[in-house]
Design a binder for this molecule. Structure first.
Ligand code: CTP
Ligand code: ZN
Length: 161
């Protein structure tokens, strides 16, 4: 049972707790999940609390919502250290680590404006290969452009997609 955040937010009954998010990335995680607050889910966001593993971390608790494998992959891109806790009847019944996909298709846009994936008439799907985990770095399979973690967070956390 973790300490600090207990002071701020109580335990949930059913749902998902995304723990060990790098400090400052909780809102990016919510945007990736498309959670705005308008859907009426009960959500707790805890930012910049002490963590033994990370120094500081963020936590997102979502009541009554499970996450798809695609959503978990996208969370990994902005929060590779995240732990996903599935909570039922107040107990953590499953704990998973997120994993960075080796290949990303149709998730990130190549930053190179002359890349074939950016040509309006040629429907080539953007495709990236994982080349580094810490920091997260992917490379375009077509033009070789490398996309850095900060750019990945910017793209995925944008309100308009
Ligand atoms: N949690 C919650 N509601 C519950 C159970 C757990 O909000 N009913 C939260 C805890 O507050 C914690 C996370 O889910 O942020 C993981 O819970 P737990 O496994 O009990 O904590 P730790 O042992 O600290 O987890 P770890 O080893 O992954 O750091
Ligand atoms: Zn490219």
């Amino acid at each position: 049972m973790s300490g600090e955040e207990g002071l701020l937010v109580r335990r949930i009954r059913e749902g998902t707790v995304i723990d060990h998010i790098p400090a400052g990335r909780a809102l990016a995680v919510l945007r990736i999940l498309g959670i705005t607050g308008q859907e009426g889910l009960r959500v707790a966001v805890v930012m910049n609390v002490e963590s033994r593993k990370l120094g500081r971390k963020d936590i997102v608790k979502i009541e009554g919502r499970l996450l798809s494998p695609e959503e978990l992959n996208k969370i990994a891109l902005v929060a590779p250290t995240a732990t996903i806790n599935i909570v039922k009847g107040y107990h953590v019944v499953e704990k998973k680590k997120v994993e960075l996909p080796e290949v990303l298709e149709n998730i990130l846009r190549c930053p190179n404006p002359t890349c074939i994936t950016r040509k309006p008439r040629e429907p080539v799907k953007p495709r990236f290969r994982l080349i580094s985990r810490r920091p997260v770095r992917y490379q375009c399979a077509y033009c070789g452009t490398i996309i850095e973690e900060s750019e990945i967070v910017e793209q995925l956390a944008a309100w308009q997609r």
